[in-house]
Structure formats: structure tokens, C-alpha cells
Design a protein around this ligand. Structure first.
Ligand SMILES: [Zn+2]
Length: 376
């Protein structure tokens, strides 16, 4: 008998709570997936490798540079030139893509120019392909080794077109592994919030499209899942102003990186580090993450490449302004994975082995003969 093909529809930010009202005929099994601390790069790489971020290494889009930085040339520009200048953004992109060979998804966001030369981009290849997880093996490396047939539609393909192509392909051939990834729902919720009418309409559209996919391949193993949930934003804290209140002397002793829900600091002066920790431990709206909580969440890095001091905001609270955006947004993720709103959903038409799972277990559900680990 021919092996059943597997179809994975990976909807960024399809949270468990959100999916409670989402149903598609044929997908009766529902799993609550515990996500990982971080943003989509961390969660998606965990799904594709079966490893925690501290093992696959692609925790955050930006790390602090350990040796050379692909942005080091920016320190030779006059201090008055902002990284918001269009010509400079084009030059940064040209250098990253042409000279550094960056093929991964990245954004320059609103990272200030003086911070860039201290940063690195740990992810260099396309995530949804062989080599996408660096030293670690992902499911696509596994397919290359086993000679399995696979096809992927990722963020580079328009969502509507991807669903149409997937349906057409399944009507003509059902062999191997098919994966469709879309980030449209994630972007929509960031702008409009979780319970907006637009989101409701989007879920209805997904249900229709997924039912067409099930209709085109009724014998396939079908999985629909998210990588994390989403929380409505109820509060913003101006952490940059709070940290800057330490004064320029102390602030010269660390390099900050302000994500929307996390502030990470590379500390270069012990005294400044102690003052920073003292200040952050008293900030209302978040908490400092110590070594044991980072280890428990699978995101502890001994060399501090993502920061020696890490502050995480409470669910629903964002750092604004941050290096991501100077404006508040309606909903966010990147909180403690134990928060109810952070769980992702996985819906299948087969028994995946439990009602509660960890994101690391998804790789083995998608590809039963996959074993997590190094490439060779
Ligand atoms: Zn997002």
C-alpha cells in the first residue's frame, strides 16, 4: 500500500483559544500546543527541528555579535545619519543579501543605527528549506537524506495563491509531504486585535479553504496548526525612558535591544549590570528572567549571545516605543509560554498521540521517522 501523504497547514498565530471557535469538517482531533518563548523564528524553527531554541540556536532574529557583525561598517558613518533613511536601509539590505548571503526572513524594524554594529543575524538561510536551521537538522534536511518528495509554500508566496496551488497539486498527485505556511493572520491580529471582525472573517475563509484541501485529499494525513497564540495589548511601558534614567555613565556599560515584549542587554561593565538589574527588578509590568527560568523555557545561552540581562513583560503589556515600533499595536505574542493566550492549536484528522503537546513534539507528528539532532 502506498504511504499516505501528509499535508501541513501552518497558520502563524493560530492560538488554542482562538481556534476554539474554529472548526473544519474532518479535523476532529484538537491538541493544545505549548509554544516557546520568543517570536515566530524561534517557534517555527522548533516545529521544524524538534529542538528547543537553546539547542537550535535561532532564538531571536537579532543576537549580540560575538565576533564580527555584518553591520560593523555602519559605525564608520557620521553619527547624525539615521537608520530610517531609505538609502541607508537599501544599502544595509544590499550588503546583507549580496555580500553576507543572507536568505532568511529579517526586518530592520526601527533598530537605531548605533546599535546595529553590535548585532548579528543568527539565521542566514531560508527557514523552510534544507539548511534552514544551521547546524541542526530540520525536516527538509531529513527529506533530502531519505529521498522523500516534498513541496513548500512559505511567506514568499501570496496566501490565496498558495492555497490554490496546494489544492491543484493534491488533485493531481498525493505523494510525500506538503507544507503551507502563512503569516497573514498574525499580521492582521497585530493591527486589529484578536476578536476583530476581520479576524472572524479570516477564520471562516481558512475553514472554507481547508475543507477544499481535505476534499481534494481525503486519504491524506492533514494537520492545521499555529506556532503560538496572541494576547490583546492592554498596556504599554516606556522602558527605554526608565532605563535611560540610570544616566549616560551607567548606560555606557551595556548595549540594549528592545523587542516588543522583551528587553535584552549585553553587559560590558559589572557595576552597570548590577544597577540595571536593580532597576529592572522593580519595574511594574514585567520581570527579570533568571538562569533557571530561561533553562526551564529552553532559551538559556551560556555565552549570553542574546543578552546577559533579559526582562520579559507580563502578558498584554508591551514595551513602547521599542526597536520594533514606535507606535502601540493591538495584539502581541512573545510572552511566557505558560500564559493561557500563548498556547497554539493543532487540529488533525488522525490521532497525533495526546491532547497536550510541546512544540518540539510536532516534528515527529509531521514526519514520524524524523529524529531531532545534528545534521550528520
Ligand atoms: Zn507576530
Amino acid at each position: 500500500m502506498k504511504n499516505r501523504c501528509t499535508v501541513v497547514i501552518l497558520i502563524d498565530a493560530l492560538g488554542y483559544e482562538l481556534a476554539e471557535s474554529f472548526s473544519a469538517a474532518g479535523l476532529e482531533r484538537r491538541v493544545r500546543l505549548r509554544s516557546t518563548l520568543g517570536f515566530s523564528q524561534a517557534a517555527l524553527t522548533t516545529i521544524l527541528t524538534g529542538c528547543d531554541p537553546q539547542d537550535h540556536g535561532l532564538w531571536m532574529m537579532y543576537s549580540f555579535a560575538r565576533r564580527s557583525s555584518p553591520f560593523s561598517w555602519l559605525k564608520y558613518l557620521p553619527g547624525c545619519i539615521s537608520s530610517k533613511k531609505l538609502w541607508l536601509r537599501k544599502a544595509i539590505r544590499w550588503k546583507l543579501e549580496r555580500l553576507d548571503g543572507v536568505r532568511s526572513y529579517y526586518s530592520l524594524y526601527e533598530v537605531p543605527r548605533p546599535v546595529f554594529p553590535n548585532l548579528d543575524l543568527p539565521s542566514r538561510k531560508r527557514m523552510f528549506g534544507p539548511g534552514g536551521a544551521g547546524e541542526k537538522k530540520n525536516i527538509f534536511d531529513h527529506f533530502i537524506r531519505t529521498g522523500a518528495r516534498w513541496r513548500v509554500w512559505d511567506y514568499s508566496v501570496d496566501e490565496k495563491l498558495a492555497f490554490e496551488e496546494l489544492e491543484r497539486e493534491l488533485k493531481s498527485s498525493q505523494e510525500g509531504f506538503y507544507m503551507l505556511y502563512t503569516a497573514d493572520l498574525d499580521s492582521m491580529m497585530h493591527i486589529h486585535g484578536i476578536s476583530s471582525e476581520k479576524v472572524e472573517r479570516k477564520l471562516i475563509l481558512y475553514r472554507e479553504r481547508i475543507e477544499r484541501i481535505i476534499g481534494a485529499a481525503p486519504d491524506a494525513r492533514i494537520m492545521v496548526l499555529g506556532d503560538h497564540g496572541m494576547c490583546d495589548v492592554t498596556r504599554g511601558i516606556d522602558l527605554i525612558a526608565i532605563v535611560n534614567s540610570l544616566g549616560p555613565g551607567t548606560c555606557a556599560g551595556f548595549i540594549p535591544f528592545y523587542d516588543s515584549t522583551m528587553a535584552r542587554f549585553r553587559v560590558t561593565s559589572e557595576r552597570a549590570g548590577r544597577e540595571l538589574e536593580g532597576l529592572l527588578s522593580g519595574v511594574d509590568g514585567g520581570m527579570l528572567l533568571n538562569r533557571s527560568s530561561l533553562e526551564r523555557m529552553g532559551v538559556f545561552f551560556n555565552d549570553g549571545r542574546f543578552g546577559d540581562v533579559i526582562f520579559l513583560t507580563d502578558p498584554g503589556t508591551i514595551i513602547v516605543p521599542s526597536f520594533m515600533s514606535s507606535e502601540p499595536i493591538a495584539a502581541m505574542h512573545g510572552y511566557d509560554p505558560g500564559a493561557g493566550c500563548m498556547y497554539a492549536a493543532m487540529l488533525t484528522n488522525f490521532d497525533s498521540g495526546g491532547l497536550e503537546m510541546d512544540l518540539r513534539e510536532v516534528a515527529r507528528v509531521m514526519v514520524p521517522d524524523f529524529e531531532a539532532g545534528d545534521k550528520q
